[in-house]
Write a protein that binds this ligand. Sequence first.
Ligand code: SF4
Length: 307
Amino acid sequence: MANRGDGAKKLAAEYFRQLSEAGETEVYLPPGDVRSLRGERTSRSASPAGPAPESSAAATASPADAPRADSTMKTPDTAAAPSASTAAPSAPDIPEPEIISAKFAFSSKATTSDMFAKSAGLETCTTLEEVEARAVVCQNCELAGGRTNVVFGAGNPNARLLFVGEAPGRDEDIQGVPFVGRSGQLLNKILEAAGIERDDVYIANIIKCRPPGNRTPFTNEIEACIPYLGRQVALIDPRVICTLGLPATQTLLGIRGSMGSLRGKIYVEGNVKVIPTYHPAAALRDPKYKRPIWDDIQLIKREYEKA
Ligand code: SF4
């Protein structure tokens, strides 16, 4: 007969599977929790001789070591690596984020002093193809001289969920498609693990041509290029926008701040929500960013499904 312990184990196994599919290789747990997951007695119920001394390694568990959510997997000794299932995992409990009433820089209510309001004549373009045709011949900033391709954007032109990153990297410049390099592959894994189809969303950057050496775009380059994104947002008309990284977050929200202070919140204007998270490249540089990205993606998925 199933008991509460089995239920908790299944939930833990599902949670570890999601982390693994998001690219996580290690999770850190209190030693007592590790023993509980392994089916060992905790100190409260240990024999009078007491538990074995903790080693620091005992507090580290790998998602690949987690018991799978089937009744035959009782201990990590018999557990196999989580499957590469693409089924949408159930959303874990998501802490209620702060809701902030915002005035987005790309809003139709933006003033003429806002950079998005400088439409560069793109308001006459009524389709994404027309906007792209203008972008591919654009010489409005010095990045035009170093590009192989203009990376305009890709995905569902009627997407309810739009991802906005910073700028193309080397692979994107070569292929002319956003998020196809290592960051894009990680983003794909995260979306797949969250049950979000990449083909259902639209992905673009605030800058359409690759900055040399993948440096952060200069303000004058963002100002020159942002009308393209502004027109893309207007035509796609998404309900949820996920900004990836600080330049995209600050540009779309029109406010300053660190990613740590800007993420974990939902910014709302009318029927549009902006939810910032770290750029996947941050997680490639430092795995500590994987967890907050995963938490933010759960939030984005929830709002996307409501939209
Ligand atoms: S980065 Fe944008 S503004 Fe600069 S040349 Fe490319 S498309 Fe034009």
